[in-house]
Ligand binder design. Structure first.
Ligand code: MN
Length: 258
């Protein structure tokens, strides 16, 4: 078995080092990760500047690009083989609910999934790396279980995993959840630059809006490790027939399937 590891916090982040150390004996494991912090880069690919790959003394390879760049380059030429599993993380902070749209941690895993390879994105729910050893141990357990079975099944899958920052003994079992929802993000923060110009900082993510039972927010608040299977199809399937009806009023151009 072969595993590719990436992340969005950069190849020197404690989370990716802990993840590598936790699973390196389970398979042939290689790390290809961003040179710098690329959090919130989602699935972005770099198309208008070249990418360079260097190797650190640790053996980790790092790229002057996004998380998706790293996995893309690894899968399309750098590795020279097809890994059985792509894992991403462990991220410095939660990727729950709407976070998954923005997350570079999820983006790296999703790039593997788009190439037909099973993938897992791991995040700790709080920033700061508290109890990272426990999170790495949980990640190892899940990877080990997946390598023993589901990896070899035909259809690829994508799991989003969030681990509370708790000591291992206090972590409750894995729980499969749907994504919750967040409120809109906090306000942008404006400041005056030393040159007298107004500059803006993107504000924090919004608080949970839907954290009902069955969501990732709820499960992790109870101390469980949440697992949400993700898919990429953004079609609003529930709204599809209503939109077909609405479109008929727009004339021929609105006919379904055109
Ligand atoms: Mn990050």
């Amino acid at each position: 078995m072969k595993i590719l590891i990436s992340n969005d916090d950069g190849y020197q982040a404690p989370g990716i080092v802990a993840l590598y150390e936790a699973i390196k004996d389970l398979a042939e494991v290689e790390v290809v990760a961003p040179e710098h912090n690329n959090s919130a880069k989602s699935n972005a690919l770099t198309l208008h500047s070249p990418l360079y790959v260097h190797q650190a003394a640790s053996g980790f390879r790092y790229v002057n690009g996004t998380p998706a760049d790293c996995v893309h380059v690894a899968l399309t030429g750098l590795l020279g083989y097809r890994p059985d599993l792509v894992v991403s993380g462990i991220n410095n902070g939660a990727n729950m609910g709407d976070d998954t749209i923005y997350s570079g941690t999820v983006g790296a895993a999703m790039e593997g999934y788009l190439f037909g390879i099973p993938a897992i994105a791991f995040s700790q729910t709080q920033k700061g790396w508290a109890h990272l050893d426990a999170a790495a141990r949980k990640a190892r357990e899940l990877v080990q279980r997946m390598l023993a079975g589901p990896v070899s099944e035909a259809a690829p899958w994508l799991l989003n995993v969030n681990i509370p920052n708790l000591p291992y003994a206090e972590l409750k079992p894995f729980r499969v959840c749907r994504l919750g929802r967040r409120h809109a993000a906090e306000k942008v923060i404006s400041q005056t630059s030393p040159h007298g110009e107004t500059m803006y900082w993107i504000g924090g993510a919004g608080p949970a809006k839907d954290s009902a039972e069955g969501t990732d927010f709820h499960a992790t608040a109870q101390g469980h490790v949440s697992i949400t299977p993700l898919k990429v199809d953004l079609t609003d399937h529930d709204g599809l027939s209503a939109w077909v009806q609405a479109a008929t009023h727009l004339g021929q151009a609105g006919e379904a399937g055109r």
